[in-house]
Design a protein around this ligand. Structure first.
Ligand code: ADP
Length: 485
């Protein structure tokens, strides 16, 4: 962790704080600023409603002092009703003679009556400051009856500012909510951060252990789907790395062992020639031959290792060309003639020219596959020295190549292992030339080509290694055309 400030905890905390502060700002804004204007709007509406109410009662000659008192009290409003001559008909002084209208001189009342009379609707209203408390009030004057012959006037007056007590109650409540929100926010963000952090910290600890070479470590991401998936991936990676690691150890051990054996032989026979057999042509010949054989074995081993490492690292590209696998098989089998003549091996090839099958693949690599499988069959086949190479046309686009021997077969439990790198069923068997890498090379090449492959084997009967190539069967008619070219 390079930047200690950028922890999950801090980030969560910062965002939470921003969130809470925004809520608080909104809260203060709503109550602090809009409370006043909302209040103003409400009061103005109330005034009109009440004026209407009084007007109705007045015209129906129905109003009573009691009902008006009630209205004035409920609405926190001062009311003054005058007759046409300016005499008081009804008065309610909400604030004990501190009401604006009740503090007016007759001249003030006259002035406002005139304003109402001169307005089109017979109503005049305005915000007027009450000097007594220096607060904004709404003054409302309405002519009763006809404007040309008024029967009276209504004066209404109410404060436009919320009561201080209301304000302070709200303020203290907001303050309280703010403090609670802050504490709650801090608490929640702390726990949230811890909750998120915990599996990550756990995984990090395990990863550090793995970094130090402990591949048995288990990653635990319980808590969240994401961390669980991460832990699962890491567990998989750890098991794969551990497999690779143990394979690497095996590989080095095996390779060094296999390199040392022929080297020791080469050295031993070279010394023998120097000290003993140098002058004896027959012995010397024999010993030199052994040296050559062992060098071949060494060369083969080194080549296989190089091939495999290239194939596995993906640096070996496949150069695809179109060729006939059928012809290829015949061509390769031609090279085994010497073996069949000198050592008595019987090769049975059943891939007729009629079954000509063209594929698009890397010729050299496919040859390598065929050689490896045929060599294995030769090496492991039984006393009768029979080896069968069969091409089966599965469908228009698929042909299956099978290489069968009559050897002692492979134990079922070993079958899944033999394609593994460096696996040899009998590790010390030296009479059969092999590096234990052949089938891994076959597997890598076929995988690179996306060709299916496999093996079936029966103890004491023999084994069949097969792979399926994709391409197309070339029909007789086409061949005819080709011949005419
Ligand atoms: P090797 O160089 O040892 O043949 P391979 O990778 O080609 O290495 O084969 C791996 C192992 O699989 C061999 O050591 C052998 O035990 C087994 N195997 C391969 N082919 C055959 C076969 N045709 N019959 C029986 N066993 C086989």
């Amino acid at each position: 962790m390079k930047n200690n400030l950028k922890t999950i905890r801090n980030t969560v905390w910062i965002y939470f704080t921003i969130f809470i502060v925004s809520i608080l700002v909104l809260l203060w804004f709503t109550f602090g600023i809009s409370l006043e204007s909302t209040y103003k709007r409400m009061k103005t509406r109330d005034i009109f409603e009440i004026a209407n109410y009084i007007l109705t009662d007045w015209s129906e000659d129905e109003f009573t002092d009691d009902s008006l008192d009630r209205i004035a009290y409920d609405n926190n409003m001062c009311i003054l009703i005058q007759d046409a001559y300016g005499n008081k008909v009804y008065s309610y002084d909400m604030m004990a003679s501190n009401c604006l209208i009740h503090g007016f001189y007759a001249s003030d009342l006259y002035k406002y009556r005139a304003k109402a009379l001169s307005s089109a609707t017979g109503i005049y209203y305005a915000e007027v400051n009450n000097p007594r408390f220096n607060n904004n009030t709404m003054l409302f004057v309405m002519v009763l009856g006809d404007k040309t012959d008024p029967s009276g006037y209504i004066f209404l007056n109410t404060s436009l500012e919320p009561l201080d007590s209301t304000k302070s109650i709200i303020n203290s409540q907001i303050l309280w909510i703010s403090v609670m929100l802050l504490i709650l926010g801090l608490g929640i963000s702390y726990f949230l951060a811890r909750l998120i952090e915990t599996p990550i910290v756990r995984i990090t600890k395990s990863a550090q252990k793995m970094g130090h070479g402990d591949y048995s470590v288990k990653f635990d991401g319980r808590g969240y789907t994401e961390t669980e998936a991460l832990a699962e991936t890491l567990n998989y990676a750890a098991s794969e790395i551990s497999k690779v690691d143990s394979l690497r150890r095996d590989l080095i051990a095996n390779i060094s062992h296999d390199l040392r054996t022929p080297l020791t032989m080469v050295k031993a026979y070279a010394e023998m020639i120097r000290d003993l057999s140098g002058d004896n042509p027959v012995k010397r010949q024999e010993h030199v031959n052994i040296i050559i054989e062992e060098s071949d074995r060494l060369a083969a081993l080194v080549n296989d290792i190089l091939d495999l490492s290239k194939l596995e690292s993906g640096s070996a590209e496949i150069n695809k060309t179109t060729f006939s696998i059928t012809k290829k098989i015949h061509e390769i089998m031609g090279r085994y003639t010497l073996l069949s003549e000198q050592k008595g091996y019987n090769f049975y090839v059943s891939a007729d020219d009629d079954d000509d099958f063209e594929i698009e693949a890397d010729v050299i690599k496919i040859e390598q596959v065929l050689y490896n499988l045929i060599n294995n069959a030769v090496n492991y086949t039984g006393e009768n020295k029979n080896v069968y190479i069969t091409q089966i046309i599965v469908d228009e686009t698929t042909a299956r190549i099978e290489i069968t021997d009559t050897g002692k077969g492979i134990e079922p439990e070993l079958l899944p292992l033999i394609f593994d790198r460096y696996y040899r069923a009998e590790k010390s068997k030296r009479e059969v030339i092999g590096t234990g890498l052949g089938l891994s090379i076959v597997k890598q090449i076929l995988k690179q080509h996306n060709f299916k492959f496999g093996v079936r084997s029966e103890l004491d009967v023999g084994s069949t290694f097969w792979f399926e190539v994709k391409g197309r069967a070339v029909h007789d008619a086409e061949k005819g055309e080709n011949k005419n070219d």
